[in-house]
Design a protein around this ligand. Structure first.
Ligand SMILES: [Zn+2]
Ligand SMILES: [Zn+2]
Length: 675
């Protein structure tokens, strides 16, 4: 049956164990001796022209060197993570695993958590972006791939121990199942385990099954937990496996007849890596705004590392009850984690290695069409038709950006519902965007990533400018994500000195991405696609004596035709008084973004009288602890005859202007608010 059975271990298994033993020996402090021994072996092998042996020796040295050159992870005691409303046994298992990982891996814990239990909370956005640039982000987000690696490592070990193939399958599947349960059964892992079990079962009963059937059964997870469909890890894992199957079939048809030995192996790996990159490209482009060109090469290097790293991580976790053993493996994993990250950093640093894209829904769907065509072409004996279909989709992708999206024209103000915080987008009459503030940040994400970026991506158009009112976390929170992913042409900032880390990260992001940073001065004006933006505050003489960032808020008047929108950030009564004194005539507006979420410290009567808005929008979180908006402010607005709209009640609010007439939409209803 299997030609390998009873034969010497296949080369790949030998290379694998050489690397692992080099690494472990090196880590145990025998690296120097091991390296010298290996060099002697390589020398002898080359004299006798045993290239294979020489290569194995080199792989061994590689492992030892890697261990030598890296230091042990810093270990400091972690506070037990708070378990968020855990109920089921699976949640508890995951929690326990998470705590073991924190104990075992020290400073490596965030990465180990991502790789072992598909928990990405500890991975900072810049790191995720680095992996997206390198085309390795699927390795961070899928534990499906990682389950398969663990399973094949177990099988290799059993094979090396000459366990009968049928027994090895059963043991392998059981251990894999155990692993999936221990890590709390995340969807991609379940998918992978189900698929492996099916393949093993079909071998057991000697009925060959199509790998597609395995994929289809494994992909049924959403039938049980529907929300899984939206899980990026799950999506990547299903797409990735489809690519794997397709590239396997293509390799059998094309490479296997032409190459052999090492060349065949490397050819296959490269082909797999290219096909997997292509197949997952639309998903990565959609979620991360990147297409990685360097990905196939990065994956070629990262593949072997993760193949050793993953079983080592698993061994550490499985042996956690015996701390000495667990820590030994956790320490041994450290150099590999360093190497893994090194590959990502190096690949991300290659100039032109990745392209930043802002795909629209049309281009992404067309991209998925291209990918489906390619997969079909890989598998088909007659690839012409699917290739033609793929080419047609490619044409759609190429031309779609030139066809304007159905957009009714005029200027729109989108007051996004981001809870307690501000995120207000202006859409120009050409469908481009100016973003005012970016909402909050929290431990596992920010409003940029969760709300603003998807909102803009799903509508198309580019971001012309980002305007930050002030550096409080409910305004600057999502700014870093917005800048990194949407790359505004210019970043306007009141630049009031702040010590906040989030703000500094944002400035750093602007510098790293080459986004032009401009300091706002009262009196600055700019035009974007026929929409005017005039900055009325802050004035540098005014901010010099301030200590409250709210009072140094950027104040901007956005105009289109005769429509006027006043944006005041969190400006309070002092800044309002300053405005009344210095630019009273310019304050009149149809729409006012009410200052400081409707707090009673803002919206003084003289200021409201000067603005005299038809509509006042209040961006505020439901049941917020600040008591915003204040009853006094609401009463003052109603005395003026101003209509108010609140995001905590209406959700996202859109105001449309054709240059003269104003309408407001919220919750599926529309009002005329012109006066
Ligand atoms: Zn605020
Ligand atoms: Zn504030």
């Amino acid at each position: 049956m299997d030609p390998r059975h009873g034969q010497p271990l296949p080369l790949i298994a030998l290379a694998y164990s050489s690397f692992a033993s080099g690494l472990i020996l090196g880590y145990a402090g025998y690296a120097a001796a091991a390296t010298i021994g290996a060099f002697v072996l390589v020398a002898i092998a080359s004299v006798f022209r045993r290239l294979e042996r020489a290569a194995l020796g080199l792989v061994f040295i590689g492992g030892a060197m890697l261990a030598l050159t890296s230091t042990a992870p810093k270990r400091h005691s972690f506070k037990a993570r708070q378990s968020d409303s855990t109920s089921g046994p699976l949640d508890r298992a995951r929690d326990r695993a998470s705590r073991s990982i924190d104990d075992l891996f020290g400073s490596d814990a965030p990465m180990a958590r991502a790789l072992l239990i598909a928990d990405q909370h500890g991975i900072p956005p810049e790191m995720r972006d680095r992996y997206a640039r390198a085309g390795m982000v699927h390795m961070l987000s899928i534990s499906g791939l990682h389950v398969a690696i663990v399973a094949s490592a177990v099988m290799l070990l059993l094979e090396a121990a000459r366990v009968r193939r049928s027994h090895a399958s059963i043991i392998g599947v059981s251990i894999t199942g155990f692993y999936v349960v221990v890590i709390g059964a995340p969807a991609p892992a379940v998918r992978s385990a189900v698929m492996l079990a099916m393949v093993a079962a079909s071998r057991g009963v000697q009925r060959p099954t199509s790998p597609w059937a395995g994929l289809a059964v494994g992909a049924l997870v959403p039938l049980v937990v529907p929300a899984t469909v939206l899980d990026l890890g799950y999506q990547l894992s299903v797409a990735g496996i489809a690519g794997l199957i397709a590239s396997g079939m293509l390799a059998r048809r094309t490479l296997a007849t032409r190459l052999e030995g090492f060349r065949l192996k490397i050819g296959k790996e490269l082909l797999t890596s290219i096909v997997a990159t292509l197949v997952t490209a639309p998903l990565i482009a959609w979620y991360f705004g990147r297409i990685s060109v360097i990905a196939p090469i990065a994956n070629l290097f990262a593949g072997p590392v993760i193949a050793v790293l993953q079983p080592t991580l698993f061994a550490a976790l499985a042996l956690a009850p015996v701390p000495i053993a667990g820590r030994f493996f956790a320490d041994a994993a450290h150099p590999m984690l360093v190497a893994f990250d090194f590959i990502a950093t190096a690949a991300a640093g290659v100039p032109g290695g990745s392209v930043s894209v802002i795909p629209s829904i049309v281009t992404v769907v067309a991209g998925a069409g291209v990918v489906t065509g390619l997969v079909a072409a890989c598998m088909s004996r007659y690839p012409v038709r699917p290739v033609v279909a793929a080419a047609a989709c490619l044409c759609v992708m190429a031309w779609a950006p030139a066809v304007p999206l159905p957009y009714r024209g005029g200027v729109e103000m989108h007051v996004l519902d981001v809870g307690q915080g501000d995120a207000i987008l202006f859409r120009t009459d050409r469908g481009n965007w100016v973003v005012f503030d970016a909402g909050r940040i929290w431990r596992t994400g920010d409003a940029g990533r969760s709300t603003i970026i998807p909102y803009i991506r799903s509508r198309g158009g580019r971001v012309e400018a980002f305007v930050l009112s002030h550096a409080h976390a409910d305004h600057v929170g999502g700014a870093e994500s917005v800048i990194r992913s949407l790359r505004p042409r210019v970043f306007w900032d009141s630049a009031f000195p702040q010590g906040s880390g989030v703000y500094e990260q944002t400035l750093l992001a602007a510098r790293e991405t080459g986004v032009t940073w401009r300091r706002v001065h009262a009196g600055d004006e700019t035009q974007i696609d026929g929409m005017g933006i005039a900055f009325l505050a802050p004035d540098s003489a005014w901010t010099a004596v301030l200590d409250d960032p709210n009072e140094a808020s950027t104040v901007a008047l956005v105009t289109y035709g005769s429509s006027r929108f006043l944006m005041v950030g969190d400006a309070e009564r002092d800044e309002e008084a300053w405005l009344n004194e210095h630019s009273k005539t310019e304050l009149r507006a149809d729409v006012l973004k009410v200052g400081h979420h409707g707090s009673s410290t803002s919206s003084t009567d003289p200021f409201l009288a000067a603005v005299n808005p038809a509509l006042a929008v209040i961006s505020v979180g439901a049941d917020n602890t600040y008591g915003h908006p204040s009853m006094d402010v609401l009463a003052a607005l109603s005395r003026l005859g101003t209509r108010t709209a609140r995001t905590d009640i209406a959700g996202t609010i859109v105001v449309h202007s054709d240059g003269r007439k104003l309408t407001m939409e919220a919750g599926g209803e529309r009002w005329d608010i012109s006066r």
